[in-house]
Design a protein around this ligand. Structure first.
Ligand code: F6R
Length: 606
C-alpha cells in the first residue's frame, strides 16, 4: 500500500519526487521520505519523517538536498509503528532502499545472516537493506538477485547503491512497478498516476525482472541476466487530477460527480434502447455459455457484487457467488471452465482481488474485470475488461467508483439477459431506459443534500449506529454502513431487519440511532414492524423511503424520500443519499474526510 517513486534525470529531481509522492499519497500517509545522491555532499542523503508528504516537504525546505537521482516513499505501516525511524528510505552501509509489500520471513533472515546489529527500525524493509548490503560485491544485479532468492512475500524494491550514484535498481514480486521515459529523464513508480502526466507510454516491470533506470535508458534483465525488450502500454487516459474545485474535500466532489461519470460509463454500452458490450470486446458466447457467476472483490467493490447478486437472481434466475477476495483461495471455491469470474476493483491493484482472480483462472474460469484504473494489474490479468469512467477517485472512501461499478455491472447483466433470451426487445429497451435514468435520479438526491446534512447533524454524538433493511435494502445498507464507519469512526453495522431480534437487538438503546431503508414496496409492512421494534427500545430512526411508497402510519424522526425508480434500480439513489450522510457526519465532526485514519486507497498487501 506504500507508494514508491524513483527518478534519475539531467536536472534536479527533488521537486518531481515530492510532487509524485503527493500523487501517491492516497496509497499511504503515515510517513514519507526520500533519498538523493546529493551533488554538494557527494553522498546519499536521506530525509524522512512520520506524517504527510507536506511534512516531508517542510523538512526538505529546512534541510535542503539537491541531486540528479533519487527515490521516494509514502508509507502505510505494516511492520513497525508510525515513526521517523520506520519511515523509508532505509539505509544500511552502501545500500539505500524503499519497499512496498511485506517480507514474511524477515525475522529468519535477520537471525540467519546476523543482521540485527545494523538495524535501527522495526521494519521488514531495513532487514532487506541490510541483507543486500551484506551480499554486495560491486555487482548490483547479481547482489539483488541473490538477496531476492532469500525473500518470502510480496515486494517492490527500489534500490540505490552508493557506488552507482546515477542509477536506480528495482525488482518486484506481485507489488507493481511501472517505468517510463519522461522529458527530463526516466522514472519508476508504484502506479502511472505518479508520473504526473509526463509520459504517454509506460512499461510494467515483469515479476523478478531487474530494472535499471539510467538517465536516458530503462534496461530490463531477466533472471538469467539477459537483456529483455520492454513491452510498452499507451497512456491514453487522463492521469492528472484537477483538484478539489470549490469543494472542501475530494469525497464531496466525487459524490457530486456521479451523474456525469455514470453517463460516461453507460455511453457506448447503451444506445438506441440496446445494451451492447461490443466496445469492451466481451463475446456474447461467453455470457450465453457460463453456468456460474462468481464475484471476487473487496470492501466497497465487494458490495457491488452483494447488491448485484439480487439482480442476478431476479433477472437471470441464477445464483451468483460473491466472495471476499481475501477468503477466496482458502475456501476451496467451486470453479470450473464454465464459471465466469467478475473481478471488481476501482484501483485494479488490490492484491487480494488480483490473487483471487489468478487463482480462479488457474482453475479454468473465464474472467471479466470491472475496473476504473486503466492498465492496472487486475485489468491486465482479466480476459476482458469493462472499464468504468469514474475518472480519478482520490478520496480514500469510494463513492463514484461504487455507483459506476454498479452501472457497468447492470449493463453486463442486461446484456446477459439479452443473449440468454431472457429479455425480449421490449424488456431490453425498458431496462436500458431505466439505467439511463440513473444519473438524473442521483442528481435529484444530490440537489437535496441540505436535507441530508440536517439528518447528519443528529448523528454527530453517536458512538454506535445500525442500518436495517430487507432484501436489496440490506445489500444497499451494507455499503452505507461501511461508508459511515470508515469516514466518521462511528461503529455502524448493517443488519438484515428480520435477523435483528435473534440477538443483536440487545444492543439497541436510545444511544444507538438506526437508519432504515424501504425502497421495495413488497417489504414495506414487514420493515415497518422492525422499525417499531427498535423504536420500542428507544432508538431514533431515520428512514430512507422511496417517494411513491405510502408514508402514512410511519412515525420516524426523519424521513428522506428517495426519487422513484423501479425497485431493482433503487440502489443508485439510495447509495447517493447514504454517501452524503457519511460525508456530512465526517466533515461536521471535523475529521480528515479524504484520509481516514489507518486506511489507504490502494491495498497492495494481503
Ligand atoms: C471503501 C473502499 C474500500 C475499497 C476496497 C477495494 O470506501 O474504498 O473498501 O473498495 O479496498 O478497493 P478496489 O476497488 O481498489 O479494489
Amino acid at each position: 500500500m506504500c507508494g514508491i517513486v524513483g527518478y534519475t534525470a539531467k536536472q534536479a529531481v527533488e521537486k518531481r519526487i515530492l510532487d509524485s509522492l503527493e500523487l501517491l499519497e492516497y496509497r499511504g500517509y503515515d510517513s514519507a521520505g526520500l533519498a538523493l545522491f546529493d551533488t554538494d555532499t557527494e553522498q546519499v542523503e536521506v530525509r524522512k519523517c512520520a506524517g504527510r508528504v507536506s511534512d516531508l516537504r517542510d523538512l526538505c525546505g529546512r534541510e535542503a538536498v539537491h541531486g540528479l537521482c533519487g527515490i521516494g516513499h509514502t508509507r502505510w505501516a505494516t511492520h513497525g509503528g508510525v515513526s521517523d525511524e520506520n519511515a523509508h528510505p532505509h539505509r544500511v552501509g552502501c545500500v539505500t532502499l524503499v519497499h512496498n509489500g511485506i517480507i514474511e520471513n524477515f525475522e529468519e533472515i535477520k537471525d540467519h545472516y546476523g543482521l540485527g546489529q545494523y538495524l535501527f527500525s522495526q521494519t521488514d524493509t531495513e532487514v532487506v537493506a541490510a541483507l543486500i548490503n551484506s551480499f554486495y560485491n560491486g555487482h548490483p544485479r547479481e547482489t539483488i538477485r541473490r538477496a531476492v532468492r532469500c525473500l518470502k512475500g510480496t515486494f517492490a524494491l527500489v534500490i540505490m547503491f552508493d557506488d552507482h550514484p546515477d542509477v536506480i535498481y528495482a525488482v518486484r514480486n506481485v507489488s507493481p512497478i511501472v517505468a517510463a521515459y519522461i522529458p527530463s529523464g526516466t522514472m519508476l513508480a508504484s502506479d502511472v498516476a505518479a508520473l504526473g502526466g509526463q509520459a504517454d507510454r509506460y512499461i510494467v516491470v515483469p515479476e523478478y525482472t531487474i530494472v535499471e533506470l539510467h538517465k536516458s535508458a530503462i534496461l530490463l534483465y531477466d533472471e538469467a541476466d539477459r537483456r529483455i525488450e520492454p513491452e510498452y502500454y499507451d497512456i491514453d487516459w487522463d492521469t492528472t487530477r484537477d483538484g478539489k474545485g470549490n469543494y472542501p474535500f475530494y469525497m464531496e466532489k466525487e459524490i457530486m460527480e456521479q451523474p456525469d461519470t455514470i453517463r460516461r460509463t453507460l455511453a457506448g454500452r447503451i444506445k438506441d434502447g440496446h445494451i451492447s458490450l461490443e466496445k469492451d470486446g466481451v463475446p456474447d458466447q461467453l455470457l450465453a455459455d457460463c453456468q456460474r457467476i462468481c464475484v471476487v472483490a473487496c470492501g466497497t467493490a465487494m458490495h457491488v457484487g452483494q447488491l448485484g447478486s439480487e439482480l442476478v437472481r431476479k433477472i437471470l434466475h441464477m445464483h451468483m457467488d460473491v466472495e471476499y477476495a481475501s477468503e477466496f483461495m482458502y475456501m476451496d471455491p467451486v470453479i470450473d471452465e464454465k464459471t465466469l469470474v467478475l473481478a471488481i476493483s476501482q484501483s485494479g491493484e488490490t492484491i487480494d482481488t488480483l490473487e483471487a482472480l489468478k487463482y480462479a483462472r488457474r482453475l479454468g474460469a473465464r474472467s471479466i474485470g470491472i475496473i476504473n484504473v486503466r492498465g492496472s494489474s487486475i485489468a491486465r490479468e482479466s480476459d476482458y475488461v469493462m472499464y468504468t469512467d469514474a475518472g480519478p477517485e482520490i478520496a480514500v472512501a469510494s463513492t463514484k467508483a461504487y455507483t459506476n461499478q454498479l452501472a457497468a455491472f447492470y449493463a453486463l447483466i442486461g446484456r446477459m439477459a439479452v443473449v440468454r433470451g431472457i429479455f425480449d426487445r421490449e424488456q431490453e429497451r425498458e431496462y436500458a431506459e431505466n439505467l439511463l435514468q440513473v444519473p438524473d435520479k442521483i442528481q435529484l438526491v444530490l440537489n437535496r443534500r441540505a436535507e441530508i446534512h440536517k439528518i447528519a447533524r443528529s448523528l454527530l454524538e453517536a458512538k454506535d449506529a445500525f442500518m436495517i433493511g430487507r432484501g436489496m435494502d440490506y445489500s444497499i445498507l451494507l455499503e452505507g454502513a461501511l461508508k459511515l464507519k470508515e469516514v466518521s469512526y462511528i461503529h455502524t453495522e448493517a443488519y438484515a431487519s428480520g435477523e435483528l431480534k435473534h440477538g443483536t437487538i440487545a444492543l439497541i438503546t436510545q444511544e444507538t440511532p438506526v437508519i432504515a431503508a424501504v425502497t421495495q414496496d413488497d417489504l414495506r409492512d414487514k420493515e415497518l414492524s422492525n422499525i417499531r421494534e427498535v423504536q420500542s427500545r428507544g432508538a431514533s430512526v431515520t428512514l430512507l423511503l422511496r417517494e411513491d411508497i405510502a408514508a402514512d402510519g410511519i412515525d420516524c424522526d426523519y424521513i428522506f424520500q428517495l426519487p422513484q425508480m423501479p425497485s431493482l434500480f433503487m440502489g443508485f439513489p439510495a447509495s447517493a443519499a447514504l454517501q452524503l450522510l457519511a460525508y456530512y457526519v465526517s466533515s461536521d465532526r471535523g475529521l480528515d474526510v479524504d484520509k481516514p485514519r489507518n486506511l489507504a486507497k490502494v491495498v497492495t498487501v494481503e
